[in-house]
Design a protein around this ligand. Structure first.
Ligand SMILES: Cc1ncc(COP(=O)(O)O)c(C=O)c1O
Length: 417
């Protein structure tokens, strides 16, 4: 196993931005020649006595009958330890899925415990108190915990929408210009909480900013949690990961893709996510080593049972059609919600643009406190939505309300406001 110095030398030679972006923890990380590494070297030997897991001596699990009723896949993989980086077949299947979307050089995806774990690995590797993390306003609130609370990084916000109802690309560029020594940039499309994905022109303008970047090195994280859920024709579906990886120099920018089965496969409880690094093979192998070290230090390895379920789903040729059929149901709710929101009093309740994902935002007149509105909706109207004080808006999750109930929900919001 390479030492931390060897990994860092590889990164310095093959991906200067990745090397320069590493935090103290990121620099020190190197996967040790411990049990997982030694067990991996011993894979396939006749007498296997490396791992602390119970087998019949031939690699098959010995499990209680109560568990065996849940048997999946080959009936053993689900019960035994997964490699720290995830089950090889699952990594290969996700790699294949990504390859259908783009050809930029990238690592084999590393399996994470949901996308949050992938983001948290990025936070450990690339942020500390000196790092600026560029995030949109509004953003998914957990970025504050993952990067700010846990790693003491500074969050630099940019106003997501401009006055014309499109993406404020200038605000994005201005926020990047504020990065001091090294930065992390998070782009999340389709967005939570906005339910917005860029047009072709907006996407190009965002990547233009990154491609022209000549300041401190940046790790650009594409949080693709809601990949594929796009409901309008002229909106970008393909992750910006590919454009960033293809157009930005490894001297300045490291592109990282965070995605997974949580929303893309509608496997919310499965906790199967993936972390993928773009860049030359030597550099991405060093980055995988470091991420794997931190996984080993925090959760040991991802759960095997849900990985086996994900393998079965991804290997099924019908899966994409099935997801498309479910997306159509969401599409119907999206259109009903659009129509209902168009009928609102635009002064007191102003829907923000949305075209993708699971959510829509309704901005409330500035004279009203959005939490007070939310509480009244709960107590007087028996309706639950999320209050976002950063933009004085309510977030409606149309992923979790039936299409027939959407008009009534909008009517109740209108009544309270
Ligand atoms: C934008 C975004 N990123 C990441 C996540 C985390 O996904 P997971 O549940 O797989 O940790 C979510 C979950 O809601 C999300 O909305």
């Amino acid at each position: 196993m390479p030492t931390a110095d060897e990994l860092n030398a590889t990164l310095a030679a093959h991906h200067p931005a990745a090397f320069a972006c590493l935090s103290t923890m990121g620099r020190e990380a190197a996967f040790p020649t411990g049990i997982p590494a030694q067990a991996a070297e011993a894979r396939g030997v006749e007498l296997q006595a490396t791992l602390g897991q119970l087998t019949d001596g031939q690699g098959r699990a010995i499990v209680p009958d109560a568990l065996d009723s849940l048997s999946r896949g080959d009936g053993s993989t689900a019960y035994l330890y997964s490699p720290v980086t995830g089950l090889p077949r699952l990594r290969a299947l996700w790699h294949e899925r990504l390859r259908r979307q783009g050809s930029a050089p990238m690592s084999l995806p590393l399996v994470t415990l949901g996308l949050t774990h992938g983001l948290s690995l990025c936070a450990d590797m690339f942020t500390d108190a000196q790092t600026d993390v560029v995030v949109p306003t509004p953003m998914w609130g957990n970025y504050r915990l993952v990067f700010g609370f846990r790693r003491q990084a500074s969050l630099v916000g940019w106003n997501f929408f401009n006055d014309a109802g499109g993406l404020d690309v200038q605000a994005f560029a201005d926020a990047i210009a504020k990065v001091r020594t090294r930065g992390v940039v998070i782009l999340n499309f389709p967005g939570n909480p906005t339910g917005y994905s860029p047009t072709e022109a907006e996407a190009k303008a965002l990547v233009d900013v990154l491609a022209a970047h000549d300041g401190p090195p940046l790790t650009v994280i594409l949080d693709d949690a809601y990949h594929g859920f796009v409901f309008e024709p002229d909106i970008v579906v393909r992750s910006l990961f590919w454009e960033v990886a293809e157009r930005c120099s490894p001297d300045k920018v490291l592109a990282v893709k965070v995605g997974g089965c949580t929303k893309e496969l509608l496997f919310f409880g499965g906790r199967v996510g993936f972390l993928t690094f773009a860049g030359p093979a030597a550099a991405t192998a060093a980055l995988v080593n470091k991420a794997q070290t931190i996984t080993r230090a925090t959760v040991n390895c991802p759960p095997a049972a849900t990985q086996v379920m994900a393998i079965e789903a991804l290997a099924d040729p019908a899966v994409d059609q099935q997801i498309a059929a479910i997306r159509m149901q969401l599409d119907e709710r999206y259109r009903i919600l659009k129509t209902e929101l168009a009928g609102l009093d635009g002064d007191r309740l102003r829907p923000l643009p949305f075209n993708a994902g699971f959510f829509a935002l309704i901005q409330v007149h500035e004279s009203l406190d959005v939490h007070a509105v939310r509480r009244r909706l709960l107590s007087e109207q028996s309706a639950g939505v999320i209050a976002l004080p950063s933009v004085n808006a309510l977030r409606v999750a149309f992923c979790s309300i039936g299409k027939d109930d959407i008009p009534e929900l909008v009517a109740r919001i209108s009544r309270v406001v």
